[in-house]
Design a binder for this molecule. Structure first.
Ligand code: ADP
Ligand code: MG
Length: 272
């Protein structure tokens, strides 16, 4: 379980102080697939960096499985449990072959070479990159490099994966590939996902959406609940999935449709 208790975070001091998180209270349970959606500057990356202790709260506490990120003795354990995947795939490559790159984390755990090999093979298989294990990661597409980064987290036997705008530098195929990979990790392997994005159509795939606005949680609910109130979302500066927006326009034009449509498939089914 990931817990934020009354977490606030300020960058800078005095006159230059910026409140990036304001009294965040949040529980993410094991096995959940949670999307964090919010406009630019709403505090999404700041929140993500708190989960594994890259940032420490100015006030309040963040706990992972009961371990506080404020406890220096716990931080190593927390970082094994929480894998992070960032926006830029290039910044995450540390080795000259895919398998060495994925081995990097587990090698620091002091486990046997045989165990590392098993973990790396299995992680690369899980993300569909087993055929690329000897390739230089720089030769791969952005989407493939992000899958290598995810494999790196899996090889640590991580329970939680936090992805901060991990698809934003990818082409549509790379994006779809990453999304289906993380859906699989959640549904088949029970890995808890915290998926940070500013794209409503990506957030729809989660079981639960947290809307951040100006450092606070503005909404927290199922995609259907969150996207039922388009005017509240638009005040926050968050859009809605394309199918939801089309359905809304049709509704206004007099077509009888439910206000719960989120995907193109649902829209097609309702219209037919
Ligand atoms: P998001 O990821 O939603 O775009 P961030 O967490 O990056 O939001 O930023 C939240 C707020 O904190 C913004 O006002 C941003 O300008 C500010 N901020 C982010 N990083 C820094 C930093 N390193 N120094 C000062 N202010 C920052
Ligand atoms: Mg960000």
């Amino acid at each position: 379980m990931i817990e934020f208790k009354n977490v606030s975070y300020h960058y800078g001091k005095g006159e230059n102080q910026i409140s990036a998180l304001r009294d965040i209270n949040l529980v993410i349970n094991e096995g959940e697939f949670v999307a964090v959606l919010g406009p630019n500057g709403s505090g999404k990356s700041t929140l993500a960096r708190h989960v594994n202790g890259l940032l420490k709260p100015t006030c309040g506490e963040v706990k992972v499985d009961g371990l506080s990120t404020d406890d220096p003795r716990a931080i190593w354990e927390i970082r094994q449990r929480v894998g992070m995947v960032f926006q830029n795939p290039d910044n995450q490559i540390v080795a000259s072959s895919v398998k060495e790159d994925v081995s990097f984390g587990p090698e620091n755990l002091g486990i046997s070479t045989d165990e590392i090999k098993l973990r790396v093979d299995s992680a690369l298989k899980t993300v569909g990159m087993a055929d690329f294990s000897s390739i230089d990661p720089h030769m791969l597409s952005g989407g493939q490099r992000q899958k290598v980064a995810i494999a790196g987290a899996l090889a640590m036997n991580t329970k939680y994966i936090v992805l901060d705008e991990a698809t934003s530098m990818l082409d549509p195929k790379g994006r779809a590939d990453i999304i289906s990979t993380i859906e699989k990790l959640n549904r088949e392997y029970g890995i808890t996902i915290l998926y940070i994005t500013h794209i409503p159509d990506e957030a729809v795939l989660a079981d639960r959406i947290i809307i951040l606005s100006n450092g606070s949680i503005a909404m927290d609910g199922s995609p259907r609940d969150v996207f039922s109130n388009l005017s509240a979302l638009s005040k926050i500066g968050v859009g809605a999935p394309a199918a939801r927006l089309i359905a809304e326009e049709l509704l206004i034009a007099g077509v009888n449709l439910p206000n719960t449509i989120l995907t193109v498939d649902e829209l097609v089914a309702a219209l037919c």
